[in-house]
Ligand binder design. Structure first.
Ligand code: GTP
Length: 415
């Protein structure tokens, strides 16, 4: 039984084939049925599904009965429908479904793919609901949990601030305005003192008919405003827009901080962070060590086995460095050159760990297509007593030069 299985229910086989292919491409397992009768059978064997994609109209269940059946089994469901009149829309939205997808064009199936990706991503996203009304919280929780979000709740602004301190995976706050202790309008600027728009979105919800309220919320730092009553489509669209903004910023930030090939931190990030770490070390009078690592005769690896093989070795080297030094700041400086900053570490300890690494590389077989090969490592190391990473780097670089001169495959400590 797998929670990673998508249940696909449609009497039209060309539609199930397309949805099946989309789900499989995304790494899901699938179960496909073409009638209500088959659906009942499948469910008796297993009702553990990630979600279900349900046809509104089946020959033996013409009025959305399959949707009710699946939801009653506790399976989150989205609906595929050929009819898109207002009556059908109302009927679908009166049920606690994830969403509906009109089977109008081929783009509808792109939407199915996006929906599945969204549902998978949502499993790691926590939303904080802030409302003093239990029924409002229950309603919002029900709408959001069917989209797989993790949920926390608070009854007023002060509680909300405490919950934000407790959970670091909250990406979105949905807040009411009128609440005892601290209102939504008071809460929003308090949140903004600590959390930027790129990290945390705020959507305010209110039934107040004061048109100025939305402007006041937006000016105090909210990202969006919803007036009650709102449709499910509007609610979800605003939730996803705001989360997508945060996710795009995260993607851009990742690209800025990481090396494209190895996904290791890059030179720019290393310099920025090493300053912060070395300042902390100075304050606590602790020792730090810097090492620069260079693969030996890498040009000949590229020349002999090709650039793609060289890339594989760089990626595997990055993986080994992250595994060996999880608590250190590691980065790819460029080309076949990497570096490590050991915080709170004596030179003796760093020497021990780096010598072990040299030995490990000497004995390690890199796997490239149809072959395995050894690539050794030279390292220059310097303690960070001069306080500036650029000075330390110069000394470590000279030590690396000596390691290369002495025959490579070794560690040399700076004078
Ligand atoms: N495959 C691959 N090769 C790279 C990349 N970046 C730099 N290189 C190659 O790394 C090689 C570095 O060569 P050299 O600087 O001569 O150093 P070396 O051959 O390792 O010699 P020593 O350092 O003296 O042992 C060059 O062939 C570059 O083209 C990359 O992203 N991928």
């Amino acid at each position: 039984m797998s929670k990673e299985k998508v249940l696909i229910i449609d009497d039209n086989k060309s539609i199930t084939r397309v949805v099946d292919a989309i789900a499989k491409k995304m790494g899901f397992l699938t179960a496909v049925v073409h009638s209500y009768r088959q659906l009942e059978q499948v469910i008796t064997e297993n009702n553990e599904f990630f979600c279900a994609c349900v046809d509104f109209n089946l020959p033996d269940a013409p009025n959305g009965e399959a949707i009710d059946f699946v939801i009653n089994q506790g399976i989150p469901a989205f609906v595929l429908t050929g009819q898109m009149d207002e009556q059908t829309r109302q009927t679908i939205l009166s049920k606690p479904v994830i969403d509906y997808v009109p089977k109008e064009t081929i783009q509808s199936f792109d939407y199915v793919g996006k929906l599945l990706a969204r549902l998978k991503a949502n499993e790691k996203i926590r939303i904080l609901i802030v409302d003093d009304s239990a029924s409002a919280r229950i309603h919002l929780r029900s709408m959001l949990t069917r989209h797989n979000f993790l949920i926390s709740e608070a009854l007023n602004g002060v509680e909300a601030l405490k919950v934000l301190e407790t959970y670091n995976d909250i990406k979105l706050v949905v807040t009411d305005n009128e609440m005892p202790v601290m209102t939504g309008l008071q809460l929003v600027p308090e949140i903004r003192k600590k959390y930027e728009h790129q990290k945390l979105a705020i959507i305010a919800i209110s039934s107040s008919n004061q048109s100025i309220l939305s402007a006041r919320f937006l000016k105090s730092g909210a990202d969006d405003y919803l007036s009650k009553p709102f449709s499910a489509e509007e609610f979800y669209t605003r939730i996803f827009r705001n989360l997508e903004f945060i996710e795009h910023v995260e993607e851009v930030q990742f690209a800025v901080d990481h090396d494209f090939l190895t996904k290791m931190h890059n030179r720019r990030y290393f310099f920025e962070q090493s300053d912060i770490i070395l300042n902390k070390m100075k304050e606590t009078d602790s020792n730090a060590v810097f090492a620069i690592l260079d693969l030996d005769h890498f040009k000949s690896v590229n020349d002999t086995y090709g650039h793609d093989a060289g890339d594989i070795i760089l990626v595997q080297t990055a993986k080994r460095l992250k595994q060996h030094f999880p608590e250190c700041l590691t980065a790819r400086l460029g080309g076949e050159e990497f570096c490590i900053l050991f915080p709170n570490t004596s030179s003796e300890e760093a020497i021990g760990r780096l010598e072990f690494l040299v030995h490990h590389f000497e004995n390690f077989e890199f796997e490239i297509p149809d072959k395995s090969l050894q690539v050794t490592l030279s390292i220059g190391m310097a303690d960070c007593s001069d306080g500036h990473i650029s000075e330390t780097m110069k000394r470590a670089d000279q030590a690396l030069y000596r390691a290369k001169q002495n025959g490579r495959n070794q560690l040399v400590e700076a004078n």
